[in-house]
Write a protein that binds this ligand. Structure first.
Ligand SMILES: O=C(O)c1ccc(O)c(O)c1
Ligand SMILES: [Mg+2]
Length: 619
C-alpha cells in the first residue's frame, strides 16, 4: 500500500515537483514524459535525486499511439518505445504507461491491436519492464477499461497488464462493479483523480478540471472500494491535470494529496468493514458558538451591534478578558485579551471572527483524525477546548455535544438572570457561516471539511457581484444543523476579494442567524437601532410577481428589506442583512422551513446593495 503522485499534478520544474512530493510524504512518484524531456537533469541525475529524497520512481508516462498504426508510423512508434526503455533503465523505473491509441490513423482491428501489444510486451519483458495499458476516455477505439481488460487478457503476456485511471472510467459512467472482473495481479498501476461533474468534451474536462479525490463529484470512493474488494494492494497514484494546480504552491497540493489519499483509503476500507487506522469522520452535531477577536478601539461598537441584534451578556471569563453573549441557542464569545491567540489574530486581520466552536459526537477522535490527516492543532484561549487550525489561521474548536454548558460554567462567571433572558432572545440560533478564501485555496479548504468531518457538498453556484463572478460552494452536515458556504473569486474588485485584501487573508465574512418569525426579528433589531442593508424597490416589484405575494407580505418585505426565495417544492427562505461592521464582516438573518439552499438567486442583489457602500481608493 503506497501513496504516489504524478509529476504532472504539481507546479514547478521536475526537481521542484520531486522535492514537493518527497516533503509531503509520498512514497513514489510518476514521471510525466514532458516533465522529463524538458528537464536539464539526466535520467541518472533524476534517479539520484529521487532516491536521495527517499522516493521511488514507480511509473514513466505516457507512451502514446503505439497499437494498430500503419507504416511508417508503426516502426517509428516501436523505435520511440525502445528509447523510452533506455530512459527507464537509467531512471530505475520498471513500469510504463501505454495509453490507448488516439490517432485517427489507428486501426480498430482487434487482432492487429493484440499482435502489436504482444510484440511490445515481449520487448518490455525482455528488459525486465512491464507495460500498463490505460483506456483513455477519448481514445479512437479503446476508451473503456472493460475493453482494455479484454485486450490484456487476449495478449496474455507477463509484459502487459492493465492500468486503471478513475477519471477515464467515471467520466464515461462505467459502473464501478465492472472492476470485479479484473485479476488484481494484472493491474500494473492505479491512477486516481476526481473532477467536478461537468458536461463537456472529455479531453478538455480531463486536462483542465481534474482535482483531488474529495474535491470533486465523481465516485472515486466507490472505485477504490471495488479495487480493495478484489484485493488490489498496490500503489494509489494521484494524476491531476488541473490549471490551478499548475500555478499554485506544489507544497500545498502535495500535502493535500496525501490527506486526500489517506482519507480515501479510510473510506474505502470502512465500506468493506476492513480495519483502518483513522478514527471515523467527525460527526458535527451543530455550531455551538463563534468567537470574535475584538480590538480595544472597536469594543464599544461591537458590543452595541450585538446588543442591537438582541444578544445579552451572560458571562465573563474568570481569568481573561473574554465575554459570553447569547440569544436563543446562539452563543458569541467576544475576546478582548491582549495576549494569546485572539490578539495575534486581530493584529493580522483586525477585529474579526477568529474561531468557531463545533459540537461533535467525539471530540478526542475528531482531533486524532485531524492530526493523522495533517491538520494542525492549537492551544486556544479557552483552555479546555482543543482546536484545529482553520481558514486564515482561525480556529475550529471541537467539543463534545452537550459539554458546552459545563465548560461555560467552569470557565466563566455566569449571570443566571441574563442567561434566562437570553433563552427567549429574538435570534433563535445559528443558520450558517460564510467564509471567503483565496481562489487558489478553494479546493484545499473543501478537502479539509470533507476529509475531517462528515459533511456533504451542494452543487457549486456562480454568483454575480457587480465587479466579477464569485464561486460559492455550500458544505453542510446531513441534518442541516451545520452549514457553511465557501466563496472565492478571481475578480480583483469583487466584494469577496476586497474582504480578502482588507482583512489580510481568508476568513469568515458573515454569520447567518435564524428566527421563526423573520419580520418580527427585523422589527426588533431595527427598533434597537441596527442598520440593515437597503434592498431596491425593483427587487420587491419582481418578487411580488414571481412568488405571488399578497399585499400584506409584500408590504412587510419592502418595509423590512427582506429578500425571499422558494424551492421547487414551495419551501420558502426569507433573509435580510445588517450593514457591515467597519467595512468587514456582517450578519444575515434568515427564516427557512424545509428549504435547503442559501438564497443564491438573491445574492447578486445583496452584493450590488453592498457594493453601493464601497469606498473607492483615491485615484
Ligand atoms: O491527457 C492525457 O493525454 C493523459 C495522459 C496520460 C494519462 O494517464 C491520462 O490519464 C491522460
Ligand atoms: Mg491516467
Amino acid at each position: 500500500m503506497t501513496n504516489a503522485i504524478a509529476s504532472v499534478s504539481l507546479s514547478g520544474t521536475l526537481e521542484e515537483k520531486i522535492r514537493a512530493a518527497a516533503a509531503a510524504g509520498f512514497d513514489e512518484i510518476e514521471i510525466f514524459d514532458v516533465d522529463f524531456v524538458a528537464s536539464p537533469l539526466s535520467a541518472r541525475e533524476t534517479r539520484a535525486l529521487i532516491t536521495d529524497l527517499g522516493l521511488t520512481c514507480s511509473l514513466y508516462q505516457p507512451f502514446r499511439d503505439l497499437e494498430g498504426m500503419p507504416e511508417p508510423q508503426r516502426s517509428r512508434a516501436f523505435a520511440r518505445l525502445q528509447q523510452k526503455f533506455d530512459v527507464m533503465a537509467e531512471l530505475g523505473c520498471d513500469r510504463l504507461l501505454l495509453c490507448t491509441n488516439c490517432s485517427p490513423l489507428a486501426s480498430g482491428d482487434r487482432a492487429r491491436i493484440v499482435a502489436d501489444l504482444r510484440e511490445a510486451a515481449e520487448l518490455a519483458a525482455g528488459r525486465g519492464l512491464v507495460l500498463g495499458y490505460e483506456a483513455l476516455a477519448w481514445a479512437t477505439h479503446v476508451w473503456d477499461h472493460r475493453e482494455a481488460w479484454e485486450i490484456v487478457c487476449a495478449v496474455d503476456h507477463p509484459g502487459l497488464g492493465i492500468l486503471l485511471d478513475s477519471f477515464h472510467s467515471l467520466s464515461r459512467a462505467i459502473p464501478v462493479d465492472s472492476l470485479r472482473a479484473i485479476d488484481p495481479a494484472k493491474i500494473v498501476y492505479v491512477q486516481l483523480a476526481d473532477a467536478p461533474v461537468l458536461d463537456m468534451n472529455r479531453l478538455y474536462w480531463s486536462r483542465h478540471f481534474r482535482n483531488l479525490p474529495g474535491q470533486g463529484g465523481l465516485d472515486v470512493e466507490g472505485f477504490v472500494t471495488e479495487l480493495f474488494r478484489i484485493g488490489y494492494a498496490g500503489p494509489l497514484s494521484l494524476e491531476i491535470f488541473n490549471d490551478r494546480f499548475r500555478s499554485t504552491s506544489a507544497a500545498l497540493v502535495a500535502r493535500d494529496g496525501v490527506r486526500s489519499l489517506d482519507a480515501l483509503r479510510d473510506a474505502a476500507a470502512r465500506n468493506l468493514g476492513q480495519a483502518t487506522s483513522l478514527p471515523r469522520k467527525a460527526e458535527i452535531v451543530g455550531l455551538e458558538f463563534v468567537e470574535f477577536a475584538v480590538a480595544a478601539e472597536d469594543r464599544i461598537a461591537m458590543e452595541a451591534m450585538v446588543a442591537q441584534m438582541g444578544f445579552v451578556r451572560i458571562g465573563r471569563h474568570r481569568a481573561k478578558q473574554v465575554e459570553l453573549w447569547r440569544s436563543g441557542m446562539a452563543s458569541l464569545v467576544l475576546n478582548h485579551e491582549d495576549q494569546g491567540f485572539a490578539r495575534a489574530y486581530r493584529l493580522t486581520h483586525g477585529s474579526a471572527l477568529c474561531a468557531i466552536g463545533l459540537a461533535v459526537t467525539d471530540s478526542a477522535a475528531a482531533i486524532r483524525r485531524a492530526e493523522a490527516l495533517g491538520g494542525k492543532t492549537e492551544a486556544s484561549d479557552i483552555p479546555s477546548m482543543p482546536a484545529i487550525r482553520g481558514v486564515g489561521g482561525s480556529l475550529v474548536y471541537v467539543l463534545d455535544a452537550g459539554d458546552a454548558d459545563r465548560i461555560w460554567a467552569e470557565e466563566f462567571v455566569l449571570d443566571p438572570a441574563a442567561a434566562a433572558a437570553a433563552v427567549t432572545g429574538p435570534i433563535e440560533g445559528f443558520d450558517h457561516l460564510a467564509v471567503v478564501v483565496h481562489n487558489d485555496e478553494f479546493l484545499s479548504w473543501q478537502l479539509y471539511w470533507r476529509a475531517l468531518f462528515d459533511v456533504q457538498v451542494q452543487e457549486a453556484q456562480d454568483v454575480i457581484d457587480p465587479n466579477g463572478l464569485v464561486y460559492s460552494q455550500a458544505i453542510q452536515n446531513r441534518s442541516g444543523t451545520f452549514r457553511l458556504t465557501m466563496n472565492a473569486t478571481d475578480a480583483r474588485d469583487a466584494l469577496t476579494s476586497r474582504f480578502l485584501s482588507q482583512t489580510f487573508g481568508a476568513g469568515f465574512q458573515h454569520i447567518a442567524f435564524h428566527a421563526g418569525d423573520l419580520p418580527a426579528l427585523a422589527r426588533t433589531v431595527r427598533a434597537n437601532g441596527l442598520e440593515c442593508l437597503p434592498i431596491p424597490a425593483n427587487y420587491h416589484d419582481d418578487a411580488v410577481a414571481r412568488f405571488g405575494l399578497d399585499a400584506a407580505e409584500s408590504a412587510a418585505l419592502r418595509e423590512l428589506d427582506i429578500l425571499i426565495d422558494e424551492d421547487p417544492a414551495g419551501h420558502r427562505y426569507r433573509q435580510f442583512y445588517s450593514r457591515a461592521f467597519h467595512r468587514s464582516f456582517f450578519f444575515e438573518f434568515v427564516e427557512r422551513s424545509g428549504y435547503d439552499g442559501y438564497g443564491a438567486p438573491n445574492a447578486p442583489v445583496r452584493l450590488a446593495a453592498q457594493s453601493r457602500y464601497r469606498i473607492d481608493p483615491l485615484p
